[in-house]
Design a binder for this molecule. Structure first.
Ligand code: ATP
Length: 242
């Protein structure tokens, strides 16, 4: 379970996150939806413990910056950050050693095969195309079988096959009882996957929409998103349930 309580993050004078609160239970996919600059990447980086912030984040009841929490957290960044001088296979080996993984070979092969990287194993990080780098970054993030997985704009740069595979993986993670948080502004890409969507605007969670809330309604997530994000700033009153 991921618990985010009263998280506020300022970059000097820029208020990137203001009093963010949400809980994602195990076996659920939460989505952060918001326009550019809404604060999605910032809250993900706060959850990962990369930034200094006010407030608390807990993962399965553990302080997010503790080693125990780090062992069960996986992060797929918006921009892949690979080692130029390591091959595809060496990246996976590096992760396996860093996390002291045992019996990971079969899962490694499965991930590389699902993302069409098995014939790229000897290619170096800087020899990969942008999409291949993104796929390898996903494989590295998933190899330790994290209980909490944070995906920041994971679909960008992926080909249709990889998008299909990633959607399947998101469902598998949910079915396995993992807690998943996906940031995106591509509403269509997550339409059928999410359990709860947090619509972000100007650093705040402007609305919380659960799948149950809109079941059987003509109003789609996209409609709610535009209603909230295109509302003039002065009318925007902050967090609320939809
Ligand atoms: P996008 O959809 O474009 O990726 P986002 O919702 O992920 O946007 P953030 O990257 O979290 O938004 O940015 C939120 C705000 O914080 C923006 O105003 C941005 O300019 C600012 N910001 C982000 N990173 C920094 C930084 N390192 N230093 C200063 N300001 C930053």
């Amino acid at each position: 379970m991921l618990t985010v309580s009263h998280v506020t993050k300022k970059y000097h004078k820029v208020l990137a996150n203001e009093d963010i609160n949400f809980v994602i239970p195990d076996g659920q996919i939460g989505v952060l939806l918001g326009p550019n600059g809404a604060g999605k990447s910032t809250i993900i980086k706060c959850i990962m413990g990369f930034l200094k912030y006010q407030g608390q984040v807990q993962v399965d009841g553990l302080y997010n910056k503790s080693l125990e929490a780090k062992k069960i957290m996986g992060y797929i960044p918006e921009i892949p950050s690979l080692y130029p001088n390591l091959t595809v296979d060496e990246h996976m080996e590096f992760i396996a050693r860093a996390y002291k993984l045992k019996d990971y070979e079969a899962y490694k092969e499965e991930l590389l095969s699902r993302f069409d990287l098995e014939d790229k194993k000897t290619k170096f990080g800087d020899e990969l195309s942008k999409g291949m780098q993104q796929k390898l970054s996903i494989c590295c993030g998933l190899l330790p079988r994290p209980k909490l997985v944070l995906f920041d704009e994971p679909m960008i740069g992926l080909d249709p096959h990889a998008i299909k595979e990633l959607k399947l993986i998101l469902q598998e993670l949910r079915d396995r009882g993992c807690c998943v948080l996906v940031s995106t502004h591509m509403i269509d890409s997550i339409e059928e996957l999410w359990d709860t969507t947090y619509i972000m605007k100007q650093g705040r969670v402007a609305a919380v929409v659960s799948k149950e809330d809109i079941k059987g309604q003509a109003k789609r997530l996209e409609d709610i998103f535009f209603e909230i994000t295109e509302q003039p700033a002065q009318e925007f009153s902050g967090e609320g349930e939809v």
